[in-house]
Design a protein around this ligand. Structure first.
Ligand SMILES: *[C@@H]1O[C@H](CO)[C@@H](O)[C@H](O)[C@H]1NC(C)=O
Ligand SMILES: *[C@@H]1O[C@H](CO)[C@@H](O)[C@H](O)[C@H]1NC(C)=O
Length: 367
């Protein structure tokens, strides 16, 4: 054999060793809390770039249908948010289309006319991201509700740095802000006029908020979770890095290694636990082809909601299949409605604004 070829072969023996070293390094880096946070929140991807938050129209919302606001949290952060009017309130203006943005008092009064959806977005990007704006358009038009879309601390034009605790403070701040306005504009119980909708990471925020509200005797009208997860540690342990590296799969060979890794995940967002504390009607939406959060996370959540104390309760379950669209399962557990849509397509971002899933949101929220 040629000597240089032989040298190459000798070197090739070290390749598996080098790969193992790189893998170990990635894992090690991943146990650093600051690195995990970057990965979980991705708030630095501030897309669209240099967003015009004062001009929601730029992203597809109708002229003067939305107001841009800044509200302060009890711990001193300032959050950017949009309030989008229900369609019926918007089109009743004279002249129409309106010639100027309505006053704040007009927007505030709308909280008394129709229910409100608090929308909690997923990680990365801002409230102006196109798939999110499409969702607000569908909700405010097809469901005729007020929509509140907030950027958590560290996202969009909001101040601060994200953390689980911080995001839940932000969600509660928005809830309290809306609740106060509903109380001023309507005589109905305010919590029953507010529905929570979360997408992806936002499902962890919505679930945590719902648990905190339940502890204080408040019950949102309904909760809809779009592409939810059981907890962040569960999610990370099934994660594919950049879609190609099954991050923790090799660790399965070492007993206890995955559990060890899970205990070192800082942001936990334990939605399984949080949802067990709520009694609001629940809708779970998940596509089989979700490339980011595997569909089985919703299967597990649905099972847990159906067996609140660890034992499967006597519940009535009906399911319907729709070729090309998916399967809908209706369950009634201890007087609480739980609906689960499993979609044939929709991936991770396009399931929240399809017509059929919108109608399920209307159904669960009695909108
Ligand atoms: C979430 O909470 C449940 C119930 O308390 C617990 O069994 C589970 O281990 C928790 N998951 C994580 C990842 O902390
Ligand atoms: C679960 O158990 C608790 C305590 O035993 C009980 O108060 C509650 O009603 C049970 N929940 C359901 C849905 O059966």
């Amino acid at each position: 054999m040629h000597s240089s070829a032989r040298r190459l072969l000798v070197r090739a023996q070290y390749l598996p060793l080098a790969l193992a070293a790189v893998y170990a390094l990635i894992l090690l880096v991943f146990t650093v809390p600051a690195v995990q946070d970057e990965f979980v929140f991705l708030q630095r991807l501030r897309l669209p770039l240099a967003a015009k938050y004062d001009n929601p129209e730029h992203y597809g919302l109708a002229p003067y249908k939305t107001r841009n606001l800044r509200i302060e949290t009890p711990d001193g952060e300032v959050l950017g948010l949009w309030h989008i009017l229900p369609q019926s309130v918007y089109i009743a203006q004279d002249p129409f289309p309106p010639s100027m943005r309505p006053r704040d008092s007009f927007f505030d009064k709308a909280f008394g006319s129709r229910p409100t959806i608090l929308y909690f977005h997923g990680n990365a990007a801002t409230r102006a991201a196109s798939h999110r704006v499409r969702t607000y358009i569908e909700m405010s038009s097809r469901l005729d509700v007020n929509v509140i879309a907030v950027d958590y601390r560290g996202f969009g034009d909001s101040t601060g740095t994200p953390s689980q605790q911080g995001l839940v403070i932000d969600a509660r701040t928005v809830w309290d802000w809306v609740q106060a306005r509903v109380e001023r504009a309507s005589i109905k119980p305010a919590d029953q006029q507010i529905m929570l909708v979360g997408h992806s990471l936002g499902t962890g925020v919505a679930s945590a908020l719902a648990a905190e509200l339940a502890d204080g005797g408040l019950h949102p009208r309904a909760i809809a979770l779009i592409a939810p997860f059981t907890s962040i540690p569960d999610l990370l342990s099934s994660l594919w890095l950049f879609g190609i590296i099954p991050l923790l799969t090799p660790l399965k060979a070492i007993p206890g290694a995955i559990d060890y890794f899970k205990t070192h995940v800082v942001q936990r967002f334990n939605s399984s636990e949080a949802l067990s504390r709520t009694t609001s009607p629940m809708l779970l939406l998940h596509s089989f082809d979700d490339p980011i959060i595997p569909h089985y996370h919703s299967v597990n959540l649905f099972q847990q909601l159906n067996s609140p104390n660890g034992t499967q309760l006597e519940s009535s379950i009906r399911d319907f299949s729709y070729p090309g669209w998916g399967r809908v399962t209706y369950a009634e557990v201890a007087d609480r409605e739980v609906v689960f849509w499993e979609g044939e397509s929709g991936g991770h971002n396009s399931l929240g604004h399809s017509e059929g899933t919108m109608d399920l949101m209307a159904w669960i929220g009695k909108l």
